[in-house]
Design a binder for this molecule. Structure first.
Ligand code: S3P
Length: 164
């Protein structure tokens, strides 16, 4: 089973995904890292040099290949905040993964994004873009996990219980 964690930027996908994978004793992968390895450049570089459509095409391809490669094995996969906007991604996630939406208030995610920096789309459209994407997270996810007030470990525990 591929446990795919979806949600907006700074919703905790990578941190929680690592904890879940450790607890389950299975590999953890981050789609952003797969993309960076494949492109040979950082995400800000891909956005700046090639543009968002090129990034999405690469993201869609990396997602499809990862899902195909790990079909039948156990893997925790942290998606990017915009993976659900890639053509075909929502149905792929619905059909081939157990997709969990880490849902947090947009203010919490905006605070974290401001504090960490380095994300090309953490801009003035942050809240607007989140509301545009909410229906896509909803459509992709089998499980919605409200994370506000929970620690990363508590969120991971919820996911592990859902997977039993
Ligand atoms: C993006 C989210 C980022 C990364 C890229 C685009 C988005 O991933 O894929 O900067 O469109 O929301 P994280 O959600 O891991 O920050």
């Amino acid at each position: 089973m591929i446990i795919a964690l979806t949600g907006y930027m700074c919703s905790g996908k990578t941190t929680v995904g690592g904890i879940v994978a450790d607890a389950l004793g299975c590999p953890f992968m981050d789609l952003d890292e797969i993309i960076v390895k494949r492109a040979g450049k950082s995400i800000p570089e891909i956005f700046a040099r090639d543009g968002e459509p090129a990034f999405r095409a690469l993201e869609a391809d990396c997602l499809a290949k990862t899902v195909k490669k790990y079909a039948g094995s156990t893997l925790v996969l942290a998606l990017g905040g915009g993976t659900v906007t890639c053509p075909g991604a929502v149905s792929l996630l619905q059909e081939k993964t157990l997709c969990i939406w880490l849902k947090a208030p947009v203010e919490t995610m905006a605070e974290r994004a401001n504090a960490t920096g380095g994300r090309p789309l953490a801009d003035e459209r942050f809240a607007q873009r989140y509301s545009e994407r909410e229906p896509l997270y909803e459509a992709a996810a089998h499980i919605v996990l409200e994370t506000e007030g929970l620690t990363s470990e508590e969120i991971a525990d919820e996911i592990i219980i859902d997977c039993l």
